[in-house]
Design a protein. Structure first.
Length: 458
């Protein structure tokens, strides 16, 4: 049957009007969401981020982000490993028969987040290797330069190459990415291009703190404030001599201006009862810098330490209190570095229980302050971003906030700050889900972060 109601031409247009309005609305929204083009430096960092988290270099499926997890402070802990599915590329040695031998030790990886490294070359895979923890890649602009050249990796030799971040990335691909342990470039993986190395370097340098602290800080907590005094006292804690301003560089007043990031043999290898050794798995002694090694390791920064345990190059100490207490023991005091202190100051390091806890409290508080700084920066950044990018920034801000909560709670510190941090976390999570309230919720989250900071420092 032919419909008896004829449509006039105009009414068709009228019927389409709501659709047109919708299309216009969507267009307007899309315009709001688009950003101005990135400047060249920002574009290079964005390219580096993409490579860091997604590029497998035609290898076994791993990326840099497989071990340097954004959710885990760009490092790796046993607790985080436990959350990963069995098919995560971290575990290639468990699933790829070509990598079953001499590539990783799955037991030590899962229990202690230890990674197999062939710092001294690939000639004798069965015997010549080290088991090392994954250092974070934060605050690198403050922790690589030294008078003797760049220092990367736990032993500072950049394994292999000149120790620069660029050389380190190439070394990481050869070490961790191959399809087989033959490690033939072009077959087992491809090498990064110059452009990729530049982008990776720019991205890594952009991560975390860009400046040194200026100690002392006006800390509110009496215990952390005392810990700071002990840390800075060259006749008591003596920490500041090597970890100047709680960073990775030698005190210029002692080691000369521009000494930068130094290597020491602090005797960590001599610790008794190291967790990895207790398993009975093969853990050859780590000879540190150079080939053959001279037993020295590179000084890490401490601002980021408290929430990035386990500690030291071999993940031998689980808690920050234990890492501070290490300096009172025989392993340190009879080491070449300990003997250096005896020579220079008449004694080694000898802190009592209360003092160990105070220094650790100080390290916990400066770590929480860094978490808060990073969280605020991410929250601020999210306000200028498209929805997808903003959600990612908010997600990372939540991780930073959780780290601050945990690192304070672990030392029984500043419970009032934790209340503000918990509220900040709730608001950031809600902002990530919200379409219309994102700006307001993010602003409130920043205010809560600032209130938490005011509890820690004047
Ligand atoms: C399988 C795990 C794993 C993967 C994948 C991995 N790394 Fe690492 N990374 C480590 C370990 C372990 C160390 C410590 C090595 C050492 O002491 O020589 C390290 C150290 C580093 C350091 C030194 C940090 C410092 O403070 O000195 C940088 C930089 C780094 N990695 C960058 C990268 C880049 C870039 C990639 C990707 C191309 C990558 N890593 C892939 C495990 C990994
Ligand atoms: C002689 C130089 C020197 C002195 C003094 C010194 N350190 Fe260290 N520190 C190092 C070096 C080198 C390492 C890396 C050792 C390793 O991994 O084998 C290190 C590592 C650490 C770590 C582990 C960080 C991580 O991310 O794993 C902590 C924590 C630490 N030191 C705290 C302190 C404290 C607290 C003091 C003072 C009580 C102190 N240090 C004094 C040189 C020094």
């Amino acid at each position: 049957m032919v419909p008896n109601v004829r449509q006039r031409p105009g009414s068709r247009l009228l019927a389409a009007a709501p659709l047109l309005v919708l299309a216009l609305l969507l267009l307007a929204l899309a315009a709001c969401e688009s950003r101005p083009p990135l400047d060249p430096a920002a574009a290079q960092i964005a390219e580096g981020r993409e490579i860091f988290f997604n590029e497998t270099f035609a290898g076994n499926g791993r990326t840099c982000g497989t071990c340097h997890r954004a959710e885990d402070n760009f490092g790796l802990t046993p607790a985080f490993i436990a959350t990963l599915p069995p098919d995560d590329p971290l575990f290639v040695a468990e699933s790829n028969p070509n990598l079953a031998q001499n590539f990783e030790n799955p037991r030590l990886m899962r229990a202690f987040a230890l990674i197999l490294e062939n710092q001294d070359g690939f000639d004798d895979l069965a015997n010549n290797f080290n088991m090392r923890g994954v250092p974070h890649t934060l605050a690198l602009p403050t922790s690589v330069a030294s008078a003797a050249g760049p220092r990367t990796g736990w032993s500072g030799d950049g394994a292999p190459g000149d120790g620069s971040l660029r050389a380190f990335a190439t070394g990481a691909v050869i070490q961790h990415f191959p399809l087989t342990t033959n490690r033939i470039p072009g077959v087992d993986f491809r090498l990064p291009s110059d452009e990729e190395l530049d982008a990776l370097e720019a991205f890594q340098l952009s991560l975390g703190r860009q400046e040194e602290l200026a100690l002392p800080l006006a800390l509110e907590g009496v215990v952390a404030a005392r810990g700071q005094e002990i840390f800075l006292d060259n006749t008591l804690g003596k920490c500041n001599a090597c970890h100047f301003n709680a960073g990775a560089n030698g005190d210029p007043n002692i080691f000369g201006p521009g000494a930068g990031n130094l290597n020491f043999d602090t005797g960590v290898e001599a610790l008794p009862d190291q967790p990895a050794d207790l398993t009975g798995e093969p853990v050859p002694p780590d000879d540190g810098f150079g080939t053959p090694g001279d037993g020295t390791f590179n000084t890490p920064t401490l601002v980021e330490a408290a929430d990035t345990g386990p500690f030291f190059h071999n993940n031998s100490v689980e808690t920050i209190e234990g890492a501070v207490a290490f300096y009172n023991g025989d392993a340190f005091n009879s080491s070449p570095a300990g003997q250096l202190l005896v020579g220079a100051t008449g004694s080694g390091i000898n802190l009592d229980g209360t003092q160990v806890v105070a220094v650790a409290a100080f390290l916990r508080v400066i770590n929480a302050l860094e978490n808060i700084r990073a969280a605020i920066a991410l929250l601020e950044q999210s306000r200028d971003e498209k929805r997808g990018a903003a959600r990612e920034s908010l997600r990372l801000a939540v991780f930073e906030t959780e780290d601050a909560i945990q690192v304070l709670a672990g030392g029984g510190l500043h419970p009032a700050a934790a209340i503000h941090l918990e509220e900040a976390r709730r608001l950031a999570r809600k902002a990530a889900r919200s379409f219309f309230q994102r700006g307001r919720l993010t602003r409130q989250a920043i205010e809560e972060q600032e209130k938490a900071r005011d509890e820690l420092v004047e």
